[in-house]
Design a protein around this ligand. Structure first.
Ligand code: SF4
Ligand code: SF4
Length: 351
């Protein structure tokens, strides 16, 4: 498993243009597989257009205490891109005025941003209905200064959404690094201790599953039952929902697909599982993604590919909801990851 980001390894794939060229080439260049744009046009669903803005997803930076094999952000301890307080203030202006009901903070490990706690306390006063922080769990046990995060989250009524690729040590550590499983279990127990994830508790704790190889996730509802049973029996852990997410063929997961010679098979599996029903609810239709530097994207994946919004409004400082909603969503072959089977979004399946 890599211990550095693609960027720190000066990998060719650290350049988003190279990833896009790859996604445009191979079976999509020869016509063996239909391009995503043609596929949705054939179903009468292109171009994709935003519906009402419901979720504002803000990336606080690419720094992370982990270097997971599948990471679509190419995050790691060596990534220094981090949102400044000035950009956070611009985000707060928008949070206070937008009609979006959900705020979703992500990274990297968003908690590693030095202004994370300030930002959370400011944002939690803005009256947002659902305030999500995507926590990788291990950060809670990484250093004493993070030990009180469960209490901090509870104080601000934050909805914690955490990656947990499996309820066994082997599968989790293979994907996320040695020792990650044990630390994640400790963190979940700490979150339970303050009330997170307990039956009937308003402190919401959801887990995210993503496959550990070149295959699509199984049925979300039955996996949730398996996770609940195993984590309760083995560690006394409770949580609310499990979101099953498909790995998109970008960044380090793309690197893995290429290195393991699984790329073509994986793309074929995604195309074969194309589900027009999922297209109606892909997350770019109700979400806007804000990069660490304030640039705007249709979704987190487009952010990581450097595909900015197709709009004159391109930065959070120029935010204008109505004008911004009048745009075509930027798509490429990675979008097949959102429309395969039951579909996939940061909130799990969509169809
Ligand atoms: S997947 Fe999440 S926890 Fe893992 S390196 Fe990427 S941002 Fe960090
Ligand atoms: S990758 Fe982004 S732009 Fe493409 S379908 Fe998914 S959410 Fe929409």
């Amino acid at each position: 498993m890599a211990t550095k980001s693609l960027k720190a390894r000066s990998s060719e794939l650290a350049q988003t243009q190279k990833q896009l060229e790859f996604l445009d080439g191979g079976p999509f260049a020869t016509g063996e597989l239909p391009r995503f744009e043609a596929q949705i046009r054939k179903c009468g669903m292109g171009p994709l257009r935003p519906k009402k803005l419901e979720i504002l997803q803000i990336n606080l930076g690419y720094m992370c205490n982990q270097v997971c094999a599948h990471c679509h952000v190419d995050a790691g301890p060596d990534r220094k891109e981090i949102m400044t307080r000035e950009t956070m203030e611009e985000c707060l202006e928008v949070i206070r005025t937008t009609g979006a009901h959900t705020l979703d903070l992500t990274g990297g490990a968003p908690e590693m941003n030095p202004d994370f706690r300030w930002f959370v306390s400011q944002a939690s006063e803005a009256g947002i209905q659902d305030f999500i922080v995507r926590s990788n769990l291990t950060i809670i046990r990484a250093n004493k200064k993070y030990y009180d995060l469960p209490e901090f989250f509870a104080k601000h009524n934050v909805h914690v959404v955490s990656s947990m690729p499996h309820y066994t040590r082997g599968k989790t550590d293979r994907q996320r690094g040695s020792g990650v499983f044990d630390k994640s279990i400790e963190a979940l127990q700490e979150l339970n201790r303050v009330g997170y994830g307990m039956p009937g508790s308003s402190l919401k704790l959801d887990l995210v599953y993503n496959p550990s190889g070149a295959f699509l996730p199984g049925d979300q509802a039955s996996m949730e039952q398996d996770f609940k049973k195993a984590l309760k029996a083995d560690f006394g852990i409770e949580f609310h929902n499990l979101f099953a997410i498909t790995n998109l063929p970008i960044s380090r997961f793309l690197e893995y697909l290429i290195a393991s010679e699984n790329y073509e098979d994986y793309m074929t599996a995604l195309v074969d599982a194309f589900n027009p029903e999922a297209v109606h609810n892909v997350m770019c239709t109700n979400t806007l993604s804000v990069g660490w530097d304030g640039q705007l994207y249709d979704c987190d994946f487009n952010q990581m590919l450097g595909l900015g919004v197709n709009s004159p409004i391109r930065h959070i400082s120029d935010f204008h909801e109505t004008r911004l909603q009048d745009r075509d969503i930027v798509i490429s072959q990675h979008c097949y990851g959102c429309t395969a089977g039951s579909g996939s979004s940061c909130q799990g399946t969509v169809a």
